[in-house]
Design a protein around this ligand. Sequence first.
Ligand SMILES: [Zn+2]
Length: 239
Amino acid sequence: MATKNDYRRLKDEADIAAVIAYLNIPVKKMGYNYFIPCPHPDHADQHPTNCYFRDGWNNVFCTACGKSMKALDIIMWTLGCSYGEAADILWEIESCPEWYYAKREKKKKNSFSITREEAAIIGIHYPGHLLSPCNISTDKEELNPKHEYDNSYIQGYLECKVHRFTYRDFMTDKQYTCIVKNKALEQIRKFSEIEQFLKELLSIEKGKQDRTTRLLLESCQANKKICVDIYNRAKIAAA
Ligand SMILES: [Zn+2]
């Protein structure tokens, strides 16, 4: 009986470009290659000329290290998190595929999450990152990949450590689930109103030049369906 999470498939199906973007790692495009500072902790890479990936890859390759590195390791090194946490993040980046959990219903009974796309549809701003200053200098230098300059500071180069957050840093699972549920419901009402309006419009237009209206209606119904799905999941999780 397979009960283990499918880490292998998660790694194999990773879109490394999405992972790198999620981690906010700077990318330099040269031809078909996207170069990044090597994420390996043993490689203090100062210039993004060694480590690269291409569209469709699930890994990056560093010519200096002679190694290919996969998404889970890169997430762990960059965020300083555990393997399990990295897997959860990657699962989310891959839009939460069902196949990941061999026994998802049981394992995830009390855990609730939504994808970034879903969060955008119901108007929840995904928690981002916070900068804490650690050094100031008059010259710009190559930074540790986990650091960045605060561009809003103009009297010098303010080097900051990047702290990443999830909603768990601010509230309990129950509070989060409740907010998502209410937001989803709010959006369901909004999309229903728009849907009603568009249907009335279509009945007036009666087949004349109604293509745009029909497209709007379809998009509205698709978004509403997503909100209903989020709402139902949140309701089950909150119960
Ligand atoms: Zn390297």
